[in-house]
Write a protein that binds this ligand. Structure first.
Ligand code: FAD
Ligand code: MG
Length: 338
């Protein structure tokens, strides 16, 4: 098997900004299984960084499937047995994840845990599961079998073997929390990048917009196909190149179609969402990737203020009309503007 090492340092979108003449400081840490960095473009207290990163760790401790004491691990361990009371904010993220599960007709499904474990993409043990293993896992993947008690703040997975995975939404939540801390600290110009969950605040010192590069899915980190220009937005991408392995010339990536149990395959290389709330953009980028372009564009049409950018295997690009994008890699082409 030809296995690709996961390039942990690959963030989905590489950030490009002109820093000349700007007072800036930056802090990077490994958290949430990825590289998280915060750049502040103003004189600011060092304590803002400490506060942001301890908040990110707090969220990781509540919502990671890799931490046995986390709320999510405890809920998963009690699947089919009993409800588990969770922290208010874990409850909030699960509620939002259920909202997007319903909204996307199950393309986004927080109960995808058994598939994540079975395929192990990004881990030593990654492999193509046997057909029977996938058939056995499929009945466990169904967001309708998550029961919430709003009074008690408890979560119950109705079937033994079910498991939650918030990997497609919790980084967005953490980015939104980071924004709150930065704004509370009085900083108006900043860039937050939690493994590709990006938020840009304010503008460049000269008043112009930030340039955010869209990663070329075929190339190394930092090779972009062009730039978005924006301010006060979050930019989140789901793509086939972030976590994957290849076997027999087939790429198996980490974005699963919950109805089939296999990585979604629909001609897309990546989907980028641009909106105001990073948790929403995170869930939607995964949902749209799994739904594919035709269904995805219907969802986007129902969401005013949310923009989407689709990159296809044939190197075409389709984007919504509120996006300010400059193409730099001319091996790609803009096919359509919605
Ligand atoms: P997204 O599209 O946002 O999410 C894809 C991820 O969501 C998949 O990896 C899978 O987990 C899940 N998923 C797949 N298909 C679906 C679907 N149809 N519906 C819903 N969800 C789906 N990684 C590590 O290697 N080690 C860690 O210790 C670790 N800890 C983490 C802790 C937390 C709290 C979070 C949020 C993530 C953690 N990760 C960890 C995961 C890692 O950062 C992932 O790469 C990341 O969450 C995937 O995000 P993405 O932006 O690439 O893609
Ligand atoms: Mg996502």
């Amino acid at each position: 098997m030809k296995t690709f090492n996961i390039i942990i340092f690959t963030v989905i979108i590489s950030l490009c900004f002109i820093s000349c003449g700007q007072k800036q400081s930056s802090h990077t840490e490994f958290a949430l299984g990825t590289v998280c960095s915060v750049t502040l473009f103003e004189q600011s207290e060092k304590s803002i960084y400490n506060e942001v990163f301890s908040r990110i760790r707090e969220i990781e401790n509540l919502m990671s499937v890799n931490i046995p004491s986390s709320d999510i691990s405890r809920v998963n361990a009690a699947a089919g047995t009993e409800p588990v009371i969770v922290h208010e904010e874990t409850f909030k993220v699960i509620e939002r994840a259920l909202y997007y599960a319903e909204f996307s007709g199950g393309a986004f499904d927080l109960t995808v845990g058994p598939l994540v474990s079975l395929w192990g993409i990004g881990k030593e043990e990654q492999r193509i599961p046997l057909r029977q293993e996938i058939l056995d896992a499929l009945p466990l993947i169904n967001w309708r079998n998550v029961e919430l008690d709003r009074q008690k703040k408890s979560v119950f997975l109705k079937i033994k073997g079910m498991s939650l995975d918030l990997g497609a939404i919790a980084k967005g939540y953490a980015a939104d929390e980071a924004v709150k801390i930065i704004k509370r600290g009085g900083v108006k110009r900043a860039i937050i990048d939690l493994g590709g969950n990006i938020v840009v605040l304010g503008e460049k010192k000269d008043g112009s917009l930030w340039n955010v590069g869209i990663q070329n899915p075929d190339k190394n980190r930092g090779d972009v196909i062009g730039f978005l220009q924006l301010t006060e937005k979050t930019i989140v991408t789901s793509g086939v190149y972030e976590r994957f392995f290849e076997e027999n010339n087939q790429r198996y990536h980490h974005l699963f179609d919950p109805s089939r149990g296999y990585p979604a395959k629909n001609g897309l290389l990546s989907v980028t969402l641009i909106t105001d709330i990073s948790m929403d953009a995170d869930a939607l980028s995964t949902a749209l990737f799994v739904l594919g372009y035709e269904e995805g564009k219907k969802l986007i049409a129902s969401l005013p203020g949310t923009e989407a950018f689709f990159v296809f295997e044939d190197r075409s690009i389709i984007m919504t009309d509120g996006i300010n994008f400059t193409l730099t890699d001319k091996t790609f082409y803009i096919k359509n503007i919605l």
